[in-house]
Write a protein that binds this ligand. Structure first.
Ligand code: ZN
Length: 286
């Protein structure tokens, strides 16, 4: 298990963690000041400052990327099918321009939530079929761009509106079917989404180095007051962070550890406070 106590070189900040405090330029500046090794930017934050400018500012600051957020949201009907395909291809191209190691994919749930305007449905099995088909099509494009796709299973509380891929085993089954023996399609292991899963450790071992393309940390607060925006700072909740990291690293993962905290509580703090706290928790409890 890697020693994180010395500094923040292996820490990445998912830029949504401080999205209310600064634009991408401000976030990059703050990360560089704190000695943070990488960021994982969101598409809207990149678009707000311009893709080429974003790529340049990240490079000039000496930061690496641990991912690019995000593509996916596959289930759709009518004209939204083509829009989803084109939008995902643009996301692949942007990730390649930025030099990201992977594009993070959130699968999408029922079509009316994945791509608003689509015909409403309650057919979760059909949504999962649409996910597999959309993923297969995007994978062909991403292979040509040499850009790995990291499918992120989300906690089942999001099955309807965000992702009908809900466990590591489910994501790995998709990867094995669409990319047998390869590493063009892998997974993002986010402790917030998978910590509860009785099959978590078996899934991490099964995924191995080839499939684990990203590792995201935060914490599970009890009680959780908001389904989306009440994630905890690492160490403030009940997730056995070091145990999970030990398993992920034993499986061969040697990338950045990405702090991804959607939290009204932390969005209300100055960016310096959030980043300093992420660094301190990274060194002590992650
Ligand atoms: Zn995540």
């Amino acid at each position: 298990m890697r020693d994180l106590s010395a500094g923040a070189g292996l820490l990445s900040i998912n830029t949504a963690t401080v999205r209310k405090q600064a634009d991408l330029l401000g976030i990059v500046d703050a990360c560089a000041r704190h000695g943070i090794g990488a960021i994982s930017p969101w598409r809207d934050q990149v678009a707000a400052v311009g893709l080429d400018r974003a790529a340049r500012m990240i490079r000039d600051a000496g930061l690496k990327l641990s991912g690019y957020c995000r593509g996916g949201l596959f289930p759709a009907t009518g004209q939204h099918v083509v829009q989803a395909r084109d939008d995902n291809r643009r996301a692949v191209d942007e990730a390649a321009t930025l030099g990201a190691p992977c594009l993070i994919l959130v699968a999408g749930g029922l079509p009316q939530f994945a791509r608003p305007g689509s015909t409403p449905s309650k057919d979760l099995l059909a949504a999962r079929q649409a996910i597999e088909e959309g993923l297969a099509e995007l994978l062909a494009y991403a292979r040509q761009a040499r850009l790995p796709l990291a499918l992120e299973p989300l906690h089942p509380m999001y099955a309807a509106d965000r992702a009908a891929v809900n466990t590591l085993a489910q994501a790995l089954d998709l990867a094995d079917r669409l990319d047998p023996g390869g590493s063009a399609l892998g997974v993002a292991v986010d402790v917030y989404h998978v910590w509860w899963d009785p099959e978590l450790y078996a899934g991490i071992a099964r995924a191995g180095r080839a499939r684990i393309l990203a590792y995201h940390v935060s914490d599970w607060l009890v009680p959780t007051k908001d389904l989306l925006n009440d994630r905890g700072m690492m160490g403030d909740g009940v997730i056995e962070l070091q145990r999970i990291r030990m398993a992920v690293e034993a499986a061969g993962f040697d990338g950045f550890i990405e702090a991804e905290i959607f939290s009204e509580r932390w969005w209300a703090e100055p960016i310096e406070t959030v980043q300093a706290t992420c660094v301190e928790r990274h060194r002590t409890v992650v």
